[in-house]
Ligand binder design. Structure first.
Ligand SMILES: Cc1cc2nc3c(=O)[nH]c(=O)nc-3n(C[C@H](O)[C@H](O)[C@H](O)COP(=O)(O)OP(=O)(O)OC[C@H]3O[C@@H](n4cnc5c(N)ncnc54)[C@H](O)[C@@H]3O)c2cc1C
Length: 539
């Protein structure tokens, strides 16, 4: 079987991308509605990029691990944000790592890190490269001898499974599908399914505190990490496997969300579970998103914890083929490895009906492996296809981006209204006809939801980056002004820094800087992410 080729610029695998014919058909449908020209931007080519010569040469001992191949450098020059893909499509990718290292073991990784520290080269840890916040962008500022991206793909094995404690030791480079395939023979699963599951890695999830598909309960990777191993320029930190501990601040917490600035996560013990056998759930319609939000709040505050609990506004439901545009839709699902779920499903159904919902179908518990039918299935299909569709829409000249946050219930409505309006106003400034701003809840907690906004508009010809920046700034300012966080699960990277700096207490920033000085004295690890790029002892 031929190995599938990853796209060097866009999402996922080349064989799954939308083809030119498909795009032309879509383009003619959208041309009238959005005022597009209908023309399709060609897929970019590495040969058209201006990739300078690497500024660094590895020592002989590392030559085998390190590549300066142009495609390798281009693939590692960006993540998967709208801006990343836009720059690739417009042929404006300007910064490239000088070298890409592919260590196969911790000792090889350590050797690369030591060399980079000694010569003052910036180091960018790279898992699946699905960052949407500039987290793997080699924009490290001046003052470095060069940039070395360390790709962990060759460190992707499940090393140990403790079936008694339900935990597994897994290398950080494991991508979602491979990690799950290795756990499957044990009847186990991590069940951490971010939308980027196909191409993102365990180390990336840990470094960005990724949010999985569970809408309630333990969904952040934080909840699933039992212990960590991290290689820093000062040595290795390994934490103790414990189900829980009250012994001071938790060491793992320093590295969860550290986005590659304190060390490279090489492996983790993670909490796994038995594969679910029972599923139950269904859909509920609401007269409006606001009525739905009230019902979902009642549900989670009653202690009901569905595995899936997506509330989707009317327009987004329509765009995803799960509604007709007149009602908001909630997709609710429970799952269990142990028992049928009729009681949970009935309770949820009743609760949502009591709060203005109109449930559809029977909601019977089933032991089938399937993913449910009707709206749930349609939603799942379009959810998994969305990243490929995004790239296709961009080739047609569409601005297509998302932003997300979390906020207490008390402030949700104001945030929703202000963020939506701010984005509309920003896009109006660019004369964007047919722009849509939609919202869904990706996660819900007893004290607040995680609203996720999708923005689709015609890209301003010749000014697409400027337009995106105006939109992003307006959205981020509105989110912060109304009490939200700059990110519930997309992380900070370089793009969210200005707003992260505003939400983070100054004294905490100082403490984080101090931790970095201890672990990374030369200041080479992912400069500019979370903290300003600051060269330490080498200065
Ligand atoms: C279409 C799409 C859908 C997405 N959906 C979700 C979602 O549902 N939930 C969610 O949380 N996020 C989502 N994201 C964002 C992204 O997938 C996550 O941030 C993910 O955790 C990144 O993993 P990665 O392996 O691709 O990391 P990368 O993009 O390679 O790196 C991300 C950051 O972590 C650092 N890093 C990577 N590996 C390590 C390591 N081993 N040690 C130390 N630092 C490291 C990098 O330096 C960088 O700063 C989505 C992105 C896209 C493009």
């Amino acid at each position: 079987v031929a190995e599938r080729r990853r796209s060097w610029w866009g999402w996922g695998y080349e064989d799954a991308a939308l083809g030119d014919e498909e795009l032309r058909a879509m383009g003619s449908l959208l041309a009238e509605r959005m005022g597009l020209t209908g023309s399709v931007l060609p897929a970019p080519r590495v040969a058209d990029l201006r990739i300078g010569r690497p500024r660094l040469r590895p020592p002989a001992a590392l030559e085998q691990l390190v590549s300066d191949d142009p495609e390798d450098r281009a693939r590692h020059a960006h993540g998967q944000s709208y801006l990343d893909v836009l720059r690739c499509l417009e042929g404006r990718l300007e910064r490239f790592p000088d070298l890409v290292a592919h260590p196969r073991s911790e000792s090889e990784l350590q050797a690369v890190l030591e060399w980079c520290s000694s010569v003052g080269a910036a180091v960018i840890p790279f898992g699946g490269g699905t960052s949407v916040v500039g987290g793997v962008d080699p924009a490290v500022g001046d003052g470095f001898a060069g940039v070395v991206t360390i790709d962990l793909a060759a460190m992707g094995r499940v090393l140990e499974v403790d079936e008694r404690s339900l935990a597994a030791r897994i290398q950080a480079g494991a991508l979602g599908p491979s990690l799950e395939a290795q756990l499957r023979p044990f009847g186990l699963t991590l069940r951490h399914f971010p939308q980027s599951f196909e191409c993102s890695s365990l180390g990336g999830w840990i470094a960005t505190r990724a949010g999985g598909h569970f809408a309630t309960g333990p969904t952040h990777i934080d909840d699933l990490v039992e212990a960590l191993r991290v290689v820093t320029p000062r040595g290795v930190i390994e934490t103790r496997r414990l189900p829980a501990s009250g012994a001071g601040p938790q060491p793992e917490r320093l590295f969860l969300g550290s986005e590659g600035v304190l060390g490279v996560v090489t492996e983790a013990w993670v909490r796994v579970r038995r594969r679910p056998r029972w599923r139950a759930g269904g859909t509920v319609r609401f007269a409006s998103f606001e009525v739905g939000a009230g019902a979902i709040r009642a549900l989670v505050q009653a202690g009901i914890q569905p595995a899936n609990c997506r509330l989707i506004d009317p327009l987004e439901a329509q765009l995803n083929g799960v509604g007709d545009g007149t009602t908001a839709v909630a997709i609710i699902a429970f799952e269990s490895a142990e028992h049928p779920l009729d009681a949970e499903a009935v309770r949820a159904r009743e609760c949502l009906r009591d709060h203005g919902g109109v449930p559809e179908g029977e909601w019977r518990s089933s032991s089938e492996e399937g993913q449910g039918g009707g709206a749930a299935l349609a939603w799942r299909r379009s959810f998994l296809r969305a990243p490929y569709l995004r790239d296709g829409l961009m080739r047609l000249g569409v601005l297509c981006d998302t932003f997300e946050t979390a906020v207490v219930w008390d402030r949700f409505e104001a945030l929703h209204a202000r963020a939506t309006q701010a984005v509309r106003d920003a896009l109006d400034g660019f004369g964007a006809r047919g722009a849509t701003v939609t919202c869904r809840f990706t996660h819900v907690y007893p004290d607040g939801p995680a609203p996720y906004f999708t923005v689709i508009a015609p890209a301003a010809v010749g000014r697409a980056e400027e337009q995106w920046r105006a939109m992003k700034q307006a959205a981020s300012n509105a989110v912060l002004a109304e009490g939200g966080t700059i990110t519930h699960h997309h992380a900070v990277g370089r793009d969210h820094r200005p707003w992260y700096d505003r939400e983070r207490p100054p004294l905490f920033a100082e403490a984080l800087r101090a931790a970095k000085r201890v672990l990374d004295p030369a200041g080479v690890l992912n400069p500019g992410v979370l903290l300003d790029a600051a060269r330490g002892e080498l200065e």
